[in-house]
Design a binder for this molecule. Structure first.
Ligand code: UTP
Length: 296
């Protein structure tokens, strides 16, 4: 087991090297993580969450065609100067804040070999610390942040913590599913995991979503796994190995998940976010009214 002294996580890993096939052709040239939700890319929403959760060091595991992610988080002195020249100082400051949100580092995944392989690429960055893992296509609306909710469980058990949600039986085949024993209100001790099971083989309907707090022991496990479901290196296989060495917990997070990795979820997320924004709410209502669709 790692250091028993509790230190809040300060590092977050964002794997962003996937192909985004479910969102093609939009993601042919624009990385999925750079798709816009209201006024900023999905990845910026994820970084805001990590920073709000106390993370000051962020690693992006990027891949081919993902250069725009790096550019987005780099300083843009020319744009900032042009905005200032036009008197748009508020906007200039907003843009200038982006590169200072955290210390950003990059690793490169040569090919999208699976989430497990992407996380392994961040080993040097994480060294021997617990770290947060954020999949930016799951946008979370939660207060406190989901990462903080996971931290509260880690504080008690000093172990890795997964974020889970109950899904409909027909949907278990889309997720990693845990076999678990409830040890507290919405907190589970994980006994096993299965990646994308058929409903008849699923040990529960508790599905793992895109936020994790992981012990550094995960890297030894990631080095041992072989390609699993879909021919990819699966993070869930490494967590199954981790379970043989250390306890792993899961928490039913409180909040709303907006699955922006697919068109349907992204549209829903845009509407929900807009309805929650006092400046945009009336525009959505007006658009629905103008469409002539009657909503009871
Ligand atoms: P997804 O499972 O959503 O895969 O990855 P994907 O390739 O992005 O999208 P689809 O399934 O083809 O539509 C979850 C996160 O893990 C990253 C992705 O970039 C995304 O942020 N990922 C996935 C990697 O970094 N490397 C991989 O090999 C796979």
């Amino acid at each position: 087991m790692p250091d028993a002294l509790f230190k809040p996580v300060r590092k977050a890993v964002f794997p962003v090297a996937g192909l985004g096939t479910r969102f093609l052709p939009a993601t042919k040239d624009v990385p999925k993580e750079m798709m816009t939700l209201i006024d900023r890319p999905l990845i910026h929403h994820g970084v805001d969450e990590a920073v709000e959760s106390g993370c000051s060091e962020i690693m992006f595991v990027t891949g081919q065609g993902k250069e725009s992610i790096r550019r987005y988080f780099e300083p843009s002195p020319e744009l900032v100067a042009a905005l200032r020249e036009r008197g748009k100082n508020d906007l200039a400051e907003k843009i200038d804040r982006i590169h200072g949100l955290a210390a950003f580092e990059y690793a490169y995944q040569d090919k999208p070999r699976g989430l497990g392989h992407a996380v392994l690429c961040a080993e040097k960055f994480c060294r021997d610390e617990f770290f947060g893992l954020i999949l930016p296509d799951d946008v979370m609306i939660a207060n406190p942040t989901v990462l903080r909710q996971l931290e509260a469980v880690r504080e008690k058990y000093n172990s890795s913590v997964l974020c889970v949600e109950r899904v409909a039986e027909c949907d278990v085949r889309r997720y990693g599913i845990i076999d678990a024993e409830e040890v507290g209100d919405g907190v589970f001790r994980v006994k096993g995991l299965v990646e994308k099971p058929a409903p008849e083989n699923a040990p529960s309907n508790l599905a793992i979503m895109g936020r994790y707090l992981l012990s550094p022991s995960i890297f030894g496990c990631l080095r041992k796994i072989t390609p699993g479901a879909g021919g990819e290196y699966q993070l869930t296989d490494a967590i199954s190995l981790l379970l043989e060495k250390e306890p792993v917990y899961a928490v039913l997070y409180k909040g709303t998940r907006l699955d922006c990795g697919v068109k349907e979820g992204w549209i829903k997320a845009t509407v929900i976010k807009a309805l929650n924004d006092p400046q945009l709410r009336d525009i959505v209502i007006e658009a629905v009214r103008e469409s002539g669709i009657h909503i009871s």
